[in-house]
Design a protein around this ligand. Sequence first.
Ligand SMILES: CC(=O)N[C@H]1[C@@H](OP(=O)(O)OP(=O)(O)OC[C@H]2O[C@@H](n3ccc(=O)[nH]c3=O)[C@H](O)[C@@H]2O)O[C@H](CO)[C@@H](O)[C@@H]1O[C@H](C)C(=O)N[C@@H](C)C(=O)N[C@H](CCC(=O)O)C(=O)O
Ligand SMILES: Nc1ncnc2c1ncn2[C@@H]1O[C@H](COP(=O)(O)OP(=O)(O)OP(=O)(O)O)[C@@H](O)[C@H]1O
Ligand SMILES: N[C@H](CCC[C@H](N)C(=O)O)C(=O)O
Ligand SMILES: [Mg+2]
Length: 487
Amino acid sequence: MAELKDILYKVTINAVVGSTSVAINNIHFDSRAVSKGDVFVAIKGATVDGHDYIQKALSLGAIAVVCETLPDDIQNGITYIEVEDTSSALAYMASNYYDNPSSNLRLIGVTGTNGKTTVTTLLYQLFKKAGYKVGLLSTVKIMVDNTEYKATHTTPDSITINKYLKLMNDAGVEFCFMEVSSHGIHQKRSEGLQFEGGVFTNLSHDHLDYHSTFAEYRDVKKSFFDHLPKQAFALVNIDDKNGVVMLQNTKAKQYSYALKTYADYKAQVLENELSGLLLKLNESELWTRLIGDFNAYNVAAIYGTAELLGLEKVEILRLISELESVSGRFQYMISDEKITAIVDYAHTPDALKNVLETINSIRTKNEALITVVGCGGDRDKTKRPKMGHIASALSNKVIFTSDNPRSEKPEVIIEGIEKGVEPQNFKKVISISDRKQAIKTACQMANSNDIILIAGKGHETYQEINGERFDFDDYQIVQECLKQLQK
Ligand SMILES: CC(=O)N[C@H]1[C@@H](OP(=O)(O)OP(=O)(O)OC[C@H]2O[C@@H](n3ccc(=O)[nH]c3=O)[C@H](O)[C@@H]2O)O[C@H](CO)[C@@H](O)[C@@H]1O[C@H](C)C(=O)N[C@@H](C)C(=O)N[C@H](CCC(=O)O)C(=O)O
Ligand SMILES: Nc1ncnc2c1ncn2[C@@H]1O[C@H](COP(=O)(O)OP(=O)(O)OP(=O)(O)O)[C@@H](O)[C@H]1O
Ligand SMILES: N[C@H](CCC[C@H](N)C(=O)O)C(=O)O
Ligand SMILES: [Mg+2]
């Protein structure tokens, strides 16, 4: 139980009707979850307006309503709080409700188009190995030290974030690494959290269905750094031209990492093989099991973050060499026939290009590279032809297929991808909308020493079709298909 007025601390209030000295049970932004004694926060969403559900929330027992416009029919005995911005109010209320858990641990936010899950997960692993209790909020899973919880979003809503941070406090967690997505920043899911550091990985094409322009997408990411306090650090990839943009208005202490330019944390790839990378990190050499140039960036980010958080250099280097790759990120197997299958979460043009270039830099010309890829439905349509172009230009054979079609027709999505294929690559391409069949066909096409890349779904264990999630696991399926070939 908490007093309404206590959880409103730091919320910008325009008007109050009724008493704020009432005890409330819980906070909800979804009327369907409300029960007796709760406060309902009405949010204008992308599909509907939460203000239309105020009556519903009251009928289920809400005793207070936080809204941007007061309803016409004010009910006796109910407290109404009119605020400037309900998403922001929700974030502060959630934080207050759970006793500001972000200020009781050392919270690091990682943002950027690609690499967030990789960097946060590896930092989680590294700090665990260093002997600390650690938390993780990521696309793949939420970890409260050793206890795993299911993740529904990359950056969950502010109530969920604070709920888990509170659990981390209770478990004695000292460091928490969290992914901060552009949707999360824009919807103020991470507002009011006390970050000790922010890390920027890179910025490339994604989510231009949600953010109307690339500049808007960039500025949303930038606003995360604008809000860091001056005691915090901001560590950015300075090889990315938007790295400096992130730092433009931040009050935080500024640090950089890079492969190509001078930086506080400079990485150089000495060797790049399927078994890992040999890197020079500032003045030290180290071996890591992570694969590809893009992972050299991730390692530099991890090294910098760990040092800024006070770990010893020698210890960090030792621990990085022990890190395991993150599930669904360049996860590979080699069959008895010596066919290599790689499952990777590349679902943006830039990620796909990086992964294909990495494979091309590792393989010899005699082996074929067969790529199986699709694009998600109800997501940015403009990335489809770009991914079609990249896949067909950088592989020997390509099978376009489905990737979570959601409410769209798979064939229509595939047509969008095919539009990007240039005439000289037409003959490399076939389309099979059933993803299992597509993977099976790739396995049948492959000869000894060939490489199959299955991109886009990584760790996901489902295929989402019309609101339903069916079991589907790229890694498991390719493993089965390769086994069947042996029979
Ligand atoms: C586009 C988007 O981000 N949508 C998020 C948003 O939902 P919405 O704006 O559609 O909500 P809405 O349905 O219009 O409803 C508005 C309000 O009315 C309320 N409502 C609605 C119906 C009702 O009966 N009663 C009621 O009170 C809703 O609870 C909500 O508060 O707010 C919801 C609650 O926080 C989120 O769950 C939802 O994420 C959806 C499921 C989603 O798919 N989001 C993806 C795109 C996303 O956020 N992805 C990023 C990662 C992106 C990346 O790769 O970088 C992430 O961080 O996960
Ligand atoms: N530093 C990087 N630069 C470019 N591409 C990367 C980088 N790190 C990983 N990738 C590629 O992007 C894919 C997704 O990586 P990861 O899951 O770490 O990104 P993310 O930012 O968490 O994505 P999401 O927005 O879906 O949460 C990987 O499978 C890999 O292909
Ligand atoms: N966080 C990304 C993940 C995309 C993964 C891909 N498999 C898809 O479903 O489109 C999104 O929600 O847009
Ligand atoms: Mg992620």
